[in-house]
Ligand binder design. Structure first.
Ligand code: OAD
Length: 254
């Protein structure tokens, strides 16, 4: 059964020239990075995003927010790319018209060998000043204990204006990075095939990309062990995990 699906998806992959791969937290789940929804230990089951992932929350209690992000940074840094990240990098390297778009703020696609990933929700490690937006190049994990999520740690201060440093992620209510989103939109408008991997499809505007591609005629394939908000528009739902399905797809194409 899995082998048959891999063969079908491999045929679609071979035929298409312009492909978009859109990934979400499920892509990194088998690396040990927590997802946001669905699982018992998922982040938004345990923590309130309104207290941790908005500019208002940072203004109200920057030490609480910064401490929580330090914990997430430490977890992401300790994780390693999984077989799915590596297989996707190999697949995309053989397909010049393939664009990898992620909602993930970790760097596991890059560490798995994908050089040019569009990060729609920012980058956990691209710290910047909350007040003047200048980049901060210090390593905030040096010398701090980031082993628990609820430790309050005051953020470092900006070398230029003295403002507090914030993580380089997109918070609720904020706009997506313009260039990355424009490039993702344009790739989806032209795509013949979109592979949607490990996302609940609930957070817009990123979640709207597969529907947009479908309206332009793209075939949509979902890789996710569970149903998601994307499933109803997918032409094919491969009920498997990223680290199992993607190596199978790579092997089917070899
Ligand atoms: P979610 O946590 O909402 O959804 C994770 C999805 O991955 C679910 O559909 C799971 O069924 C699926 N999944 C779990 N394990 C998997 C595996 N091993 N292989 C494949 N799929 C698996 O994550 P996102 O959809 O990425 O936003 O969340 C979207 C956004 O919501 C995040 O980027 C974040 C969050 O608030 C910001 O930080 C701005």
């Amino acid at each position: 059964m899995q082998g048959e699906i891999a063969t079908t998806v491999a045929a679609d992959w071979r035929q298409a020239q312009r492909i978009v791969v859109l990934t979400g937290a499920g892509m990194s789940a088998e690396s040990g990075v927590a997802t946001f929804r669905g699982a018992r230990h998922a982040l938004w089951e345990r923590f309130d995003p309104m207290q941790l992932a908005t500019a208002e929350a940072f203004r109200a209690d920057s030490a609480l927010v910064w401490g929580w992000y330090l914990w997430r940074m430490a977890a992401a840094r300790a994780a390693a790319a999984n077989a799915g990240h590596r297989a996707l990098a190999a697949l995309a390297a053989d397909k010049p018209g393939c664009t990898v778009v992620t909602q993930n703020v970790d760097d596991l696609h890059e560490r798995g060998g994908s050089p040019a990933v569009l990060h729609l929700h920012g980058d956990l490690f691209a710290h910047r000043c909350f007040d003047c937006s200048r980049e901060y190049d210090g390593d905030p994990l040096i010398g701090v204990d980031a082993s628990a999520p609820q430790q309050r740690v005051p953020p470092p201060r900006c070398h230029h204006c003295g403002g507090p440093i914030r993580p380089g992620v997109v918070w609720f209510g904020e706009s997506l990075p313009e260039r990355a989103f424009a490039a993702a939109l344009s790739a989806c408008e032209r795509a013949e095939l979109v592979l949607v991997i490990g996302t609940s499809g609930l957070v817009h505007p990123a979640a709207g990309l597969p529907a947009l591609a479908k309206r332009q005629g793209a075939r949509i394939i979902e890789i996710n062990p569970e149903a998601s908000a994307i499933s109803s528009l997918a032409d094919l739902h491969w009920r498997s995990t990223a680290a199992r399905a993607l190596p199978q797809l790579r092997d089917a194409l070899a």
